[in-house]
Design a binder for this molecule. Structure first.
Ligand SMILES: Cc1cc2nc3c(=O)[nH]c(=O)nc-3n(C[C@H](O)[C@H](O)[C@H](O)COP(=O)(O)O)c2cc1C
Length: 190
């Protein structure tokens, strides 16, 4: 039997903030995804996207970003909690695509300085995901007290996150495979 083509699952680092700790979470999750032969991944740093702020929505598409989302089977969003919400730039950037997201899986990693692991920002993102046509999985990444989670070299110091992230990725892969099958094999009635 032919080897199935790998799932493409980019990781979107959702904050441009100077000194962002979410960078370490994004690199860690990227590393865990990269360990799997059945997954191709890449880091999309929101800082690098060419999205002006003089308008909103699909008029502002960054062609490279849109092409990556179009090719993706699933997304991982790494999202810090800012006053219980998500960074405004993340919403602005997400709003530049629409058809690119339809019937694709999304897993969210919440990042917080506090003890709730970004659960509140994740809850606030769920209705946005639904409106975009992304399908959320029922497992999240919750990176609490992120300032204590990585050493000076950016290496994870709490091994408990390895098992949790493995579970998160397994669920995301299942959803991504299922939705890819559906997109490619099950016609939608018009
Ligand atoms: C504007 C702003 C608001 C924040 N609000 C919260 C919050 O509501 N809850 C929390 O646990 N941490 C909050 N934090 C701390 C961030 O969660 C913390 O900086 C963490 O490292 C993740 O964000 P980062 O990737 O920007 O570093 C806030 C940080 C900023 C800059």
């Amino acid at each position: 039997m032919a080897t199935p083509r790998p799932l493409f699952i980019p990781v979107l680092l959702g904050t441009p903030r100077q000194g962002r700790m979410s960078k370490y979470v994004a690199r860690f999750v990227l590393g865990e995804l990269s360990k799997r032969d059945a997954i191709e991944t890449t880091l999309i740093d929101i800082r690098t996207l060419a999205v002006p702020i003089t308008d909103a929505g699909e008029a502002l598409k960054d062609p490279h970003f849109s092409a990556m989302i179009m090719r993706a089977d699933a997304l991982v969003l790494v999202v810090p909690e800012y006053n219980r919400g998500y960074p405004g730039l993340l919403k602005h950037v997400l709003d530049t695509n629409l058809k690119e997201y339809i019937h694709k899986a999304v897993g969210i990693c919440g990042v917080s300085a506090g003890g709730f692991g970004g659960t509140r920002v994740i809850e606030n993102l769920l209705p946005v995901m639904r409106e975009l046509g992304l399908l959320t999985i029922f497992w999240d990444g919750n990176f609490s007290a992120v300032q204590n989670l990585f050493d000076a070299h950016g290496m994870l110091v709490d091994p408990a996150y390895l098992k949790r992230t493995d579970k998160f990725i397994k669920e995301l892969v299942w959803m991504a495979q299922t939705l890819r099958y559906g997109r490619e094999n099950i016609p939608r009635e018009q």
